[in-house]
Design a protein around this ligand. Structure first.
Ligand SMILES: Cc1cc2nc3c(=O)[nH]c(=O)nc-3n(C[C@H](O)[C@H](O)[C@H](O)COP(=O)(O)OP(=O)(O)OC[C@H]3O[C@@H](n4cnc5c(N)ncnc54)[C@H](O)[C@@H]3O)c2cc1C
Length: 479
């Protein structure tokens, strides 16, 4: 029998997306630093690691099926890439072509300079022909709008409409937000996504606050060989055999001093568990030991989307493509959300005689069955038909790659913050169980990495505070 004091503490991380992998990698580092002996198993349902990160490098064209790039304003993804030796592979988006258009009724309107989700400069709006004269006046009168008092959550649509007017919301803010969150701004919580906007309105308005703030340079970055090089590098830096692919977790049960995690082939016994699967999967796994946690997790809604990468001969595209792409004003008949001119934003992804365009559709029907249920050829045809009049396409795509994302985007609805409080309160009664992932405190890759790293710190702290006194020595067994 093992000597209990020398036997390693067993940790199971469920899900090998960027959150779970970052978590396992950081646990290993922290444990090593503090002299804690650990044995980590990362259980992944699918045959591949990386979760939503999926890079295809075939035929001299690099396409991303899930995330396309990350924001460097939040440093976690860039820092992790450097730490893993990928510094030389970091590629910033082409600053020469940073323009973004709004797509409205088959026409493209350049976004006024200085427009983010919320504009930082008033003057360009006076000259924008996207908004009516009344709409422009409404935007520039933002500093005169009284702030909403109190701390109650509201939707981003309500906030933006109050401050900038409904036309700005419909034609500028909602298209940008829908492209980021794959949900309508009517649903999304202000306090869980942009809490600082509420503070800004209390300090004299958005324009005034942004004028005083140091201008932040928004930079998108990626990796030369695609984002999967980040997840692959994490896998390579895990202890040998830690990652177990094709190992869907079927149930989790509380044991006397730990947890029993069941997969089709094995039962893993662990001192600590990090649940880094999305909340809709995590909810099912918590049902046995905490119906309450399971129920709150199931309240987080998810939307579906489809990504289509289309390759055209450069000569067959009428548009200059000198920009990052466009976001679409929603009109009810189309579910086209956005298009990225990938070969302009990241020119290394294709040869210069090709135009690589990535189209993003959001499923609007609650069942998520409209576009996603069609076959790949039909979907690519729809994507081409949507793009053709907008970009003056003279021929069909030479190649296409379709990625379907069923119930893949967590939506931070109004009240998400309260839901998170309920989740945290449940976790207090479940020692050794931690959550990580995009469903909770941020959907972007840097947020996911931060959540994984935080779960790693919590896990190691938990194990250090819990002496390995007379434990039953945890042994995995066949299921
Ligand atoms: C189409 C699309 C475009 C995006 N674009 C961007 C972008 O440009 N920039 C950006 O920053 N972010 C973007 N995002 C968001 C970002 O990609 C995700 O938030 C992030 O990758 C989620 O990582 P995760 O590890 O939390 O979850 P996931 O990647 O979903 O990983 C969870 C893993 O858990 C596994 N799992 C689930 N259930 C079980 C189980 N029972 N047992 C074992 N394993 C299980 C899954 O198979 C999966 O591998 C995009 C997302 C999508 C879908």
């Amino acid at each position: 029998m093992d000597n209990p004091n020398k036997s390693p503490r067993k940790i199971v991380v469920i899900g090998a997306g960027i959150s779970g992998l970052s978590c396992a990698y950081r646990i290993n580092q922290l444990a090593e630093k503090s002299g804690l002996k650990v044995e980590i198993s990362v259980l992944e349902a699918s045959p591949r690691a990386g979760g939503k990160i999926i890079t295809d490098r075939s035929g001299g064209i690099l396409t991303e099926g899930g995330p396309d790039s990350f924001l460097t304003l939040k440093p976690e993804a860039e820092n992790l890439a450097r730490e893993l030796g990928l510094e030389k592979d970091l590629v910033a988006a082409n600053q020469k072509y940073s323009r973004v258009w709004i797509h409205h009724q088959k026409k493209l309107y350049p976004l006024p300079k200085g427009t983010g989700l919320i504009p930082s400069k008033i003057i360009p709006f006076l000259f924008s022909n996207l908004l009516s004269f009344g709409g422009r006046l409404r935007v520039i009168s933002e500093p005169l709008v009284n702030p909403k008092l109190g701390d109650e959550d509201e939707s981003l649509a309500s906030f933006i409409s109050r401050r900038m007017g409904p036309e700005f919301l419909q034609k500028i803010a909602d298209p940008i937000l829908s492209g980021i969150y794959a949900a309508s701004s009517e649903q999304i919580s202000l306090l869980s996504t942009f809490p600082h906007f509420r503070e800004m309105e209390k300090r004299g308005g958005i324009f005034q606050s942004l004028a005083k703030a140091k201008p932040a340079r928004v930079v998108f970055a990626t990796l030369k060989d695609g984002l999967s090089s980040l997840s692959n590098a994490l896998v390579q830096n895990l202890p040998a055999k830690a990652l177990k692919r094709d190992s869907p977790v079927l149930s989790i049960q509380r044991e006397h001093r730990g947890w029993a995690i069941k997969t089709p082939r094995e039962i893993f016994l662990a001192d600590s568990v990090v649940l880094a699967a999305p909340a809709n999967s995590a909810s099912l796994l918590c049902a046995d030991f905490s119906p309450e946690l399971s129920s709150v997790l199931s309240e987080i809604p998810f939307t579906s989307s489809v990504v289509v990468n289309l390759v055209y001969s450069r000569k067959s595209v009428g548009h200059s493509l000198k920009g990052y792409g466009f976001v679409s004003v929603q009109n009810g008949s189309s579910s086209l959300m956005a298009a990225t001119f990938s070969s302009s934003k990241f020119p290394h992804r294709s040869n210069s005689d090709k135009a690589l365009i990535r189209v993003f559709f959001r499923e609007k029907s609650p069942s998520g069955e409209e576009l996603i249920s069609k076959n790949e050829e039909e979907i690519a045809k729809i994507a081409h038909q949507e793009l053709a009049p907008v970009l003056g396409l003279k021929s069909n795509p030479e190649e296409f790659r379709v990625y379907k994302w069923m119930k893949a985007h967590p939506v931070y609805c109004v009240g998400h913050g309260l839901r998170m409080k309920r989740i945290e309160s449940c976790l207090k009664d479940l020692p050794g169980l931690f959550l990580a992932g995009s469903s909770y405190y941020g959907i972007g890759l840097p947020d996911c990495i931060r959540s994984g790293q935080k779960a790693a710190e919590q896990t190691v702290q938990f194990l250090k505070n819990r002496p390995n006194k007379n434990p039953h020595v945890l042994q995995s067994m066949e299921a």
